[in-house]
Design a protein around this ligand. Structure first.
Ligand code: DX5
Ligand code: ZN
Length: 228
């Protein structure tokens, strides 16, 4: 259930519904119903230290695992992710994304994720420069650019992210690196096309999927918005 390599799906728009906006009392069903149309299930793990909010951890990943065949994509917003990598892998994560801001030895952490059997994602906050990931681009399957300050769903997209995506994709092209660029925060039908055209191919969508009356149709609308 790993994520398809970027080279195999570079022209596809991948949507990752964030369960942060789902109904926590009915998570299994909320995940099952979007699994036909979505491409990964995005799980926001927050520790109340790195970000000012608390969410969920490994037992919830384990509990939702049987409800989808899609890759489970765990976004770790925690002060130090290293003690938890193997636990998330065992719980059923397929891709683990760590914040460059939280890893003293980022290269080692990317290896730890790979050794645990997962795809590797690295994420940076809006105020963090691309230079924080420049030296580990060869090691990752995905770079996630935060387009809001992490901690909460439903925030407004930070416009300067679009240029940052453009520069990151250009950097990857120049170095012959084929990796996913995921964007997280404030994505909706009104801005997804611009963000896609800038070079992102994978979109986390919380409120613009689970905040809509029909989450399945909302995913289709996001994909369709990139085509018009
Ligand atoms: C924010 C989380 C996001 C969040 C996105 O810290 O990382 O994944 O759920 O929510 P929306 O799509 O509503 O901005
Ligand atoms: Zn996230």
């Amino acid at each position: 259930m790993k994520l398809k390599p970027y080279a195999e799906c570079k022209d596809k728009v991948l949507i990752s519904p964030s369960i942060l906006s789902a109904d926590f009392a009915n998570l299994g069903e909320d995940i099952r119903k979007v699994s036909q149309d979505a491409d990964t299930i995005h799980v926001d793990v927050m520790d109340g230290v790195f970000v000012p909010n608390l969410t969920i951890g490994m037992p919830v990943v384990k509990a939702i695992r049987p409800y989808t065949d899609l890759p489970i994509d765990c976004h770790l917003m925690v002060h130090d992710p290293t003690p938890f990598i193997e636990g998330f892998a065992e719980a059923g994560a397929d891709l683990i994304t760590v914040h460059a801001e939280t890893c003293q030895h980022l290269h080692r952490v990317t290896q730890q994720i790979r050794q645990a059997g997962c795809d590797v994602g690295v994420v940076i906050n809006p105020a963090t420069s691309l230079s924080a990931v420049e030296e580990i681009l060869d090691e990752v399957d995905m770079i996630l650019l935060m387009s809001v300050n992490p901690g909460f769903g439903g925030q407004k997209y930070i416009e300067s992210t679009t240029d940052k995506i453009r520069r990151l994709r250009q950097m990857m092209i120049e170095r012959g690196i084929e990796a996913h660029i995921q964007v997280d925060g404030g994505i909706g039908t009104g801005n997804i096309k611009d963000v896609y055209e800038a070079g992102a191919n994978c979109f986390v969508a919380g409120s613009s999927v689970y905040g809509k009356p029909d989450p399945v149709q909302a995913i289709r609308d996001l994909k369709a918005a990139c085509e018009v």
